[in-house]
Write a protein that binds this ligand. Structure first.
Ligand code: BTN
Length: 263
């Protein structure tokens, strides 16, 4: 493990990074509101695919379901801009969660699990969250889609200092009992995202890799969706990323999007 947290900068992140798409253009801000907002703005300026927006800290980080995402200094907050074919959109969740899990494993030696669809857990506590936003590119760049993959990783967060996440969140420094280099992890993460994106572009599927990393299957879960709340056994996942839950009344429910609590 690399214990030296060299300071983050555009150069330290991108120098010698041997990627083909992800990270070819790195924008670094010591502090900003949310990397998602800056990423959207640079898409509208016509940025290259693979542009990455990295923040030293965020003052208005946001999570899924309109929740707040804490990013005090010492953690990782970044957004990666991709222009995938529309058939690849469901795979973006798989790409992002696999890349985070693989890079955490390679830098710390700890093997995290994925809670459907894309929370990264260690010892059943959340260490990383992923927010994916997608929209049409501005007309002058053609009508293809863009995807912003926002990734937050708790590196040095001390969850017990924040009300509401004391028992549900963790961080890499807590789990490893050592300091973990944000720089090493960001570089590893960009390398993994690039490798997996190239796999997709060569027509290979990430589904089996993602399915094998899921810790949700076989467990009793409560799933909150926009329409309802379901409790049952998480039976399987579909190639499109959806979760199948066998509800208590015996019905098999296909969940496209929602938030899972493990029971
Ligand atoms: C979640 O689990 O709810 C998703 C959290 C996503 C947080 C990341 S941090 C980088 C990017 N910028 C944001 O404001 N949010 C995402």
């Amino acid at each position: 493990m690399n214990n030296v947290d060299l300071s983050l900068s555009r150069e330290s992140i991108s120098d010698g990074l041997e990627t083909r798409i992800v990270g070819l253009n790195v924008l670094y801000y010591p502090s900003l509101t949310s990397t998602m907002d800056i990423a959207r703005a640079v898409v509208h300026e016509g940025c290259a695919e693979g542009t990455v927006v990295v923040a030293g800290q965020q003052t208005a980080g946001r999570g899924r379901l309109k929740r707040e995402w804490l990013t005090p200094e010492g953690n990782i907050a970044l957004s990666v801009i991709l222009y995938p074919a529309s058939a690849q959109l469901p795979a973006m969740i798989m790409l992002a969660s696999l890349a985070v899990a693989n890079s955490i494993e390679s830098v710390t030696g700890i093997k995290p699990g994925i809670k459907w669809p894309n929370d990264i857990l260690i010892n059943l506590r959340k260490v990383s969250g992923i927010l994916i936003e997608t929209d049409a590119r501005p007309h002058r760049y053609g009508h293809a889609m863009y995807v912003v993959i926002g990734i937050g990783i708790n590196v040095n967060l001390r969850p017990f200092e924040y009300a509401g996440i004391e028992t549900t969140a963790t961080s890499l420094s807590i789990e490893t009992r050592q300091s973990v280099s944000r720089l090493a992890l960001i570089r590893s993460l960009l390398g993994e995202m690039d490798r997996l994106y190239n796999e997709l572009n060569q027509g290979r599927s990430l589904f089996e890799l993602w399915r094998h990393r899921l810790i949700t299957i076989g467990r009793t879960v409560t799933v909150t969706t926009v329409e309802s709340v379901y409790t049952g056994i998480a039976e399987s996942v579909d190639r499109d990323g959806a979760l199948y839950v066998r509800c208590q009344d015996g019905e098999l429910k296909k969940i496209i999007a929602g938030d899972v609590t493990l029971r």
